[in-house]
Design a protein around this ligand. Structure first.
Ligand code: GDP
Ligand code: IMO
Ligand code: MG
Length: 429
């Protein structure tokens, strides 16, 4: 298969970065097609840790390059900071390619994100405050500034002046905040555009050509299914489509080009920010998982909320993204636990249900129905083959795969690239 996607199947932070890096070694291109620097993808290579926010995690291994597609929103300052860090570590970044249609995050988007959150008070979404939502709002309102607009001085000037007029009205009159000055933004962002130029191309043409020539392309999802703007726990979601369909619109290719969709999950569940979380653990078991796995946000450092594995959410993810292979990460976390729970269904008002309610009120009333499995004592972080895992670990994996209805392709037993057990080659699914 030549087009493989890696998508989050929970609330993000499932370990997509690790899986993408692992699979990219066989790919010509690695592509990001949604989100922006709200993402934080961790990659561990020989003890060195990289935290990727905008640059595709495949930049380390993909043969021909890493691509930022049209569906991504770009904060140029963050992007150049990330590029500089990679270059300092000796990573070749010359093969980065950026879509001429991607939208730019401007300083007013970041402020708008903060002001909106402040105004919502205890109803806040808990965003990363990186301006992601307001940038997608402007895209949908057709006032967004794209990479190609940034490259044309007169177009950029015209659009920035018009947008600042609207934003300053909003900031001063609705939020009671200071207005922004055109001069404080224009020169700096025009300069960013000029620096960006050498990477800019029509990435839809690049990727479709590669697929036409049977080259392997790895698509790296950001966030997770339950944060998808349509299929997630709305409004406690991000502002893009994180499911596999978002990849096609976010790079500009036909839905029939995607061969394989790998759903990435943890052996448990985490969530950052507000919103419903049926299997959340608010006790010492949750604390133990959080501390064992260092569950603190890559981007904001916030402690991640922790809960048991939720197969209702996973079946929802399987359906909306067409997941046909499962990559389960962080299995090592349960070494030394007595038991592990898996939610097999929800109970809503005394009735067992097997679907993800759209209504938040219903969702808050859902109680998980659990199945309990014994854990294991062995340290599994050095295990290389599935057969060598403890029997109880294999039983847990088997049950997860059975409940989700998808075969396991990889199991991860530690953060390093090498700590990956391959059950099936995702390129051959
Ligand atoms: P992403 O956003 O989906 O790429 O995930 P993050 O990088 O935000 O969070 C996943 C965290 O788990 C990172 O700190 C990874 O280094 C770490 N990780 C990934 N796989 C494993 C694993 O199998 N075991 C352990 N202990 N950590 C892992
Ligand atoms: P990766 O790619 C986990 C969450 C935020 C917040 C909500 C909206 O690393 O898995 P936003 O800033 O996007 O408007 O915030 O979405 N969120 C993530 N949570 N992992 C992510 O990315 C996330 N990106 C956004 O915490 O609840
Ligand atoms: Mg993350």
């Amino acid at each position: 298969m030549t087009a493989v996607a890696v998508v989050g199947s929970q609330w993000g932070d499932e370990g997509k970065g690790k899986n993408t890096d692992f699979l990219s070694k066989d790919a010509s291109f690695a592509v990001r097609s949604n989100g922006g620097n709200n993402a934080g993808h961790t990659i561990d290579i020989d003890g060195q840790e990289f935290k990727m926010r905008l640059i595709p995690s495949g930049i380390f291994a993909a043969g021909k390059g890493a691509v930022i597609g049209n569906g991504v929103v770009i904060n140029p300052e963050v992007m150049f900071g990330e590029l500089a860090n990679l270059e300092k570590s000796g990573i070749d970044t010359s093969k980065l390619r950026i879509s001429n249609r991607a939208h730019i995050i401007l300083p007013y988007h970041i402020l708008q994100d903060k002001y909106q959150e402040e105004a919502k008070g205890d109803k806040k979404i808990g965003t990363t405050q990186n301006g992601i939502g307001p940038c997608y709002m402007d895209k949908a309102s057709r006032i967004g500034i794209r990479v190609c607009d940034l490259l044309e001085k007169d177009t950029f000037e015209e659009k920035l002046r018009a947008n600042l007029k609207v934003k300053n009205e909003l900031f001063t009159k609705v939020y009671g905040k200071p207005a922004l000055k055109f001069e404080d933004i224009f020169d700096q962002y025009y300069e960013y555009g000029q620096k960006m130029k050498k990477y800019v191309t029509d990435t839809s043409v690049l990727i479709n050509d590669a697929l036409d020539h049977n080259e392997k392309v790895l698509f790296e999802g950001a966030q997770g299914t339950m944060l998808d703007i349509d299929e997630g726990t709305y409004p406690y979601v991000t502002s893009s489509n994180t499911i596999s369909g978002g990849i096609c619109s976010g790079i500009g290719m036909g839905a029939n080009r995607l061969n394989t969709v790998i759903g990435v999950c943890k052996a448990y569940t985490t969530r950052v920010g507000e919103g419903p979380f049926p299997t959340e653990l608010l006790d010492e078991v949750g604390d133990r998982i959080r501390e064992t796995a260092h569950e603190y946000g890559t981007v904001t450092g916030r402690p991640r909320r922790v809960g048991w594995f939720d197969s209702v959410a996973l079946r929802h993810a399987k359906r909306v993204s067409g997941i046909n292979g499962l990559s389960l990460n962080l299995l090592d976390v349960f070494s030394g636990f007595d038991t592990i729970k898996i939610a097999t269904a929800y109970e809503l008002d005394g009735k067992k249900i097997d679907y993800y309610p759209a209504s938040l009120k219903e969702l808050y009333r859902c109680k998980p129905v659990y199945e309990e499995l014994p854990a294991w004592n062995e340290d599994i972080t050095q295990v290389k083959n599935y057969e060598d895992l403890p029997e109880n670990a294999k039983k847990f994996l088997h049950r997860v795969s059975e409940l989700v209805g998808v075969p396991l392709v990889t199991v991860s037993v530690g953060p390093d690239r090498e700590q990956t057990i391959v059950l099936k080659n995702p390129w051959e699914l």
